[in-house]
Write a protein that binds this ligand. Structure first.
Ligand SMILES: *Cc1c(COP(=O)(O)O)cnc(C)c1O
Length: 242
């Protein structure tokens, strides 16, 4: 099946999941995760009306953003772990950064975002990635670090705190991911509710229904739209390489 048809299917899964949860389908938005897929696939999804695209690797995001600069209104989301020394590359290009996970990264992003002429004084919208499964997980802020991190972001005029993000352990697929999504939602309620943290980024191809039921406002879907990824390189390519 083509990308346009896949997108249709994903949109209808989202809509049905929202209705089952008594939610307005318009509250649930879709990030099409295009990592490791070619720019031509992004053009195809764009032609089918998709505007939000997610990438994991900074180098790849920046390369594609340049290559696809002719596509009006296309918005980039960084959904992979960001190393502090790469913050300068993303601030100009990204419309929502899903993976702030430390005070030092928040500080660096604030500095870089303030300096990015492309942002024209617009603060960079960010989510805090939470390590929802504790020790099993490598990425995300620990629960104990969360209050201070949220406060630090609130205190940076060049960043806007928009919400929380999580990636459940890879072994928890489908409904098994639901408890992790519920935990993220409870954290949101605990740390200021929708007024402070309106967005919850959670849910992927295999578990988007469970995420929508738990309150997701952004789901990040790759495989169900673009098919299997050609290569699965888990490591961030170095600047200049990859
Ligand atoms: C790759 C990736 C996705 C998309 O996963 P699929 O299973 O292909 O839908 C979502 N979120 C993050 C953080 C990812 O790295």
């Amino acid at each position: 099946m083509g990308i346009a048809q896949n997108l249709e299917l994903v949109r209808s899964r989202l809509e049905q999941a929202a209705r089952r949860a008594n939610r307005n389908p318009a509250e649930v938005r879709l990030v099409a995760v295009s990592k490791l897929h070619p720019a031509a696939s992004i053009r195809e999804a764009y032609a089918a009306g998709q505007r939000d695209f997610g990438e994991n690797y900074v180098q790849e995001l920046v390369g594609k953003a340049r290559e696809l600069a002719d596509l009006d209104g296309l918005r980039w989301h960084l959904i992979g772990h960001l190393q502090r020394n790469k913050a300068k590359y993303v601030a100009p290009f990204v419309s929502l950064l899903h993976t702030v996970d430390s005070l030092s990264l928040a500080g660096e992003l604030a500095k870089r975002s303030a300096a990015a002429a492309e942002r024209k004084g617009q603060p960079l919208p960010v989510l805090v990635e939470v390590s929802i499964a504790g020790e099993e997980q490598k990425s995300g802020a620990a629960l104990s670090e969360l209050p201070a991190l949220l406060e630090a972001i609130d205190g940076e005029p060049s960043l806007t705190l928009r919400g929380l993000m999580c990636v459940p352990p890879a072994t928890a697929t489908g409904d098994a991911a639901r408890p992790y999504f519920e935990t993220l939602r409870r954290l949101r309620d605990e740390y200021g509710g929708t007024a402070r943290l309106p967005e919850l980024s959670m849910g992927m191809s295999s578990d988007l229904e469970a995420a929508v039921a738990a309150g997701a406002t952004w789901v990040r879907v790759g495989t169900a739209i673009f098919g299997e990824r050609p290569v699965n390189n888990p490591r961030e390519p170095e600047p200049g390489g990859g």
